[in-house]
Design a protein around this ligand. Structure first.
Ligand SMILES: NC(=O)c1ccc[n+]([C@@H]2O[C@H](COP(=O)([O-])OP(=O)(O)OC[C@H]3O[C@@H](n4cnc5c(N)ncnc54)[C@H](OP(=O)(O)O)[C@@H]3O)[C@@H](O)[C@H]2O)c1
Length: 328
């Protein structure tokens, strides 16, 4: 069987980490890379052994003949980069947060439908065995009915006006960069809330430096989450139900350990699943599986889940009056 020809667009931090995992996958062929400058693309290609390098994203989309592209650009570029690749016949794995707002994501999905290609948000957390183990425990009723979720993702990141994280025109802010993980965790377990109560500390470029979100559901069930750049938290999560609770290790979205407790806080089971490469191998394998089975979306990261989570984040931003450079 022929290997799957991968392209990478954008050669920043995560592109390196992801490509480390890609290079370790025997089913992946490092086919093409594009940067906004030819020099960066060549350097990246040389480091990993990509066959082709391009000094523009458009050239890669039009000329490379890749099967699938990993889009690793800032949030503000995901919309145009995705449309560019889909319209040139390339399947897409696009980094989180998938788009700036629901309207743009709907257009991306319309293009997915029109082209009949595969599209997935690179929500690697949902492909990781530890996360899947926790979901299995919940499904099996091991913690009874879920009543409460708490999840944090806040890293102390000194202000830098050049960083995409603090720039409105790049789709910056804590919610889209970090908050997407706690919101995704809560949404995975409890679905869409009845009420959203939020607050944010806004930075100078109209982006949130930190935020607190409570999602309320009927019968007093709720999920609460914090994300931000101003403080360091342990970044763990707990999912608690009528019969017990599940804890995640620090940096819950990529932890190797989850624990299952009964309702008296007695430890019942520990799941420890060390990563095989660096944790990104699972989403890569999921893309391969979907492409081989000719699926248009992954059952692990469905289009409708991605859309609902983005819709929740739109609502949070509306409450804070936060828009992205004329793009809602
Ligand atoms: N899954 C994860 O664990 C994870 C972790 C970190 C980040 N991410 C996501 O991955 C994406 C990229 O994050 P990153 O941390 O890798 O960012 P980064 O280091 O700033 O890299 C982003 C790259 O995008 C390209 N780019 C295109 N337009 C740009 C613009 N206007 N300003 C700056 N760069 C631009 C640049 O590559 P060229 O110069 O080569 O064109 C740049 O190196 C984001 O969506 C982020 O949320 C995911």
């Amino acid at each position: 069987m022929e290997k799957i020809k991968w392209a990478v667009i954008g050669t920043g931090n995560i592109a390196h980490t992801f490509t480390d995992a890609l290079a370790a996958d025997p089913d992946a062929e490092l086919w093409a890379v594009a940067s906004r400058t030819k020099e960066k693309a060549e350097k990246f290609a040389e480091k990993y052994g990509f066959r082709q390098s391009y000094g523009s994203y458009r050239e890669l989309a039009e000329q490379s003949g890749a099967d699938v592209v990993y889009i690793a650009t800032p949030m503000s570029s995901h919309y145009s980069d995705t449309l560019l690749c889909l319209k040139n016949g390339i399947n897409v794995l696009c980094e989180k947060t998938v788009a700036l707002n629901t309207r743009e994501f709907e257009e991306m999905l319309a293009c997915v439908k029109e082209t009949g290609l595969f599209f997935m948000e690179a929500m690697w957390m949902k492909c990781r065995p530890t996360y899947l183990k926790a979901m299995e425990w919940i499904k099996q009723g091991r913690i009874g009915d879920v009543r409460y979720i708490k999840a944090d993702f806040s890293n102390y990141i000194p202000f830098s006006p050049e960083s995409r994280l603090f720039r409105n025109d790049c789709g910056g802010g804590a919610l889209l960069d970090l908050g997407v993980y706690p919101v995704t965790l809560a949404h995975s377990v409890l679905g869409m809330p009845d009420e959203l109560i939020t607050e944010a500390n806004m930075g100078c470029d109209g982006i949130d430096l930190s935020n607190h979100i409570t999602m309320r559901y009927k019968d007093g069930v709720f999920a609460t989450m914090d994300s931000g750049f101003e403080l360091q938290l342990k970044n763990n999560a707990i999912i608690s139900g009528t019969e017990g609770f599940i804890t995640f290790g620090n940096w819950f979205h990529c932890t190797e350990t989850t624990e299952l407790y009964d309702r008296n806080a007695v430890l019942l089971e520990t799941s420890h699943i060390p990563v095989e490469v660096n944790g990104y191998e699972y989403e890569i394998r999921e893309v391969h599986r979907c492409l081989r089975e000719e699926l248009k979306e992954s059952p692990l990261v469905t289009h409708s889940d991605t859309a609902e989570i983005l819709g929740l984040m739109d609502k949070c931003r509306q409450q804070w009056g936060m828009t992205f450079s004329g793009r809602e």
